[in-house]
Design a protein around this ligand. Sequence first.
Ligand SMILES: [Zn+2]
Ligand SMILES: [Zn+2]
Length: 241
Amino acid sequence: MKENICSIPINDVFWPKDGCPMCRMRDMLEQRKAEYVTGAAMMEPNVRVKTNEQGFCYRHFAMMVQQGKRLSNALILESHLQQISETLVPPEPKAKPDKKRMAALEALLNDCFICRDIKENMENMVRIVHAMWLSEPEFRQLYHEQPYICLEHFYLLMTVDQKGLGKQLQAFYEETSKLTGGYVITLKNEVSHFCRMFDYRSAGMSWGNSRNAIERAVEFLTGDKLPVQDLPEDFEEETSE
Ligand SMILES: [Zn+2]
Ligand SMILES: [Zn+2]
């Protein structure tokens, strides 16, 4: 089964106007791929050849174990471990550490079958977003109304296939910079306000939007949500450090 990334409806992903739309896209791709690897891909020997070689990062192993069948995960691990044993870490080497083998091991430690796939698909998504922004006024408006684009996806939107934007490159850069750069200032001000709230002179002041400024700043910088925590209550209940 070859997945069709065009089946991700870009308009639907941008419609909620809640957080970074490209992160939402990434989450969808990630979810689908993790399901696919422990599902339909079990019947695809060529996928196993790749997963044996590339392995998975912690994040994606965790997703696969959480949503895939136990047996599927075990079968994937069985042949992956087998391959590591045969090619990278022989149990009884009779020589000095092999440079090539160590380099291959380093590559494996930084590799992930799902991360690779997401990278490739997100680059294709960027090309589609560029094309829609160029040709569809409604989408251009929808793009304009996004709360922000996170740092990683700002980078992706600005660097993947710039040529595709042609003469509109500068306009797209200006528009996207408003979304990302504007949000950086908003976040910075909210984090500053958060810090100020720990000053005794701020007694009785409102937290405004700053209560979850840490969580939102981390999400903007990493594309990942922090676990939900208790947010600060009224000033009186806070102790300054
Ligand atoms: Zn993002
Ligand atoms: Zn990964």
